[in-house]
Design a protein around this ligand. Structure first.
Ligand code: RET
Length: 251
């Protein structure tokens, strides 16, 4: 146990820590940017900006937890090997992924009230995906694969709801922002599909990647999936409002 703790200290103070602080900085800067956009943007876009800022703020807090050595559990595998498990990630994702889906649903539907069943199903399937993923990562031994498969099934349900009902709502063009749906849904789908791959090859899975590589990959993915996605969404919403205003002024 003592040895395991010493090893943990050594691993967590190297490049791993750099990437955890890097992500903290990226998320904090993005929060400031989104809040600035909220204060200078049109009030009817306020919910988009505030959701964007809430997502990056929550992620920044969870990254601080991890960068300061918290949010870790040591899992001892049946082989006797001990691995570090960053459960704080899942506290991040359990809050931020439903919010990301909510922003996509707003773009497609305008308001949740237009199709509350789809939004609720999306959020339930998504939270179930994250929580069963957490159980998978925290499980020692082969049974973790059972939870991995369950999590993937919930993920398939999330993708089905995005590309089924949300897509058809976006196609009918009920919202001014519906043209943003396709780029956003594609970015989201591509990036989100990489998460289970990193998990599979990482320390929770078959262990091809070291903890350092895994922390780096999740940091890059988290920044793209929250900050990159947020910039495309909020920049798009801003542009569409400007175009609407110019059109109104010249009409
Ligand atoms: C896990 C492992 C188990 C199987 C599946 C997973 C999917 C995770 C996803 C996470 C997305 C996170 C985002 C975070 C922040 O922006 C839990 C890795 C399917 C899709 C987008």
């Amino acid at each position: 146990m003592q040895l395991a703790l010493l090893q943990v200290n050594e691993i967590v103070t190297g490049a791993t820590n750099f990437w955890l602080w890097f992500a903290t900085g990226g998320m904090t800067l993005a929060t400031l940017l989104f809040l600035y956009w909220a204060s200078t943007g049109q009030s009817h876009n306020y919910h988009h900006y505030m959701a964007g800022a809430a997502i990056t703020l929550w992620a920044a807090m969870m990254y601080i937890v991890m960068a300061t050595g918290g949010g870790i559990a040591l899992i001892t595998e049946p082989t006797g090997e001990t691995r570090i498990f960053y459960f704080a990630r899942y506290i991040d994702w359990a809050i931020t992924t439903p919010l990301l889906l909510l922003t996509l649903a707003w773009v497609a539907l305008g308001s949740i009230g237009r199709n509350p069943q789809v939004v609720l199903s999306l959020i339930v399937a998504d939270v179930a995906m994250i929580l069963t993923g957490l159980v998978s990562g925290a499980t020692a031994g082969a049974f973790k694969w059972f939870w991995f498969v369950v999590s993937c099934i919930f993920f398939a349900a999330v993708l089905y709801l995005i590309w089924g009902p949300l897509q058809s709502a976006a196609r009918s063009g009920i919202t001014a922002e519906s043209s943003l749906f396709f780029p956003l849904a594609i970015i989201l789908t591509v990036l989100w599909l990489i998460y289970p791959v990193v998990f599979f090859f990482g320390t929770e899975g078959i262990g091809v990647f070291s903890i350092g590589v895994e922390v780096f990959l999740f940091a890059v993915l988290d920044i793209l999936a929250k900050v990159g996605f947020g910039i495309v969404l909020l920049g798009g919403v801003r542009r569409i409002t400007e175009q609407g205003r110019t059109r109104a002024a010249t009409a």
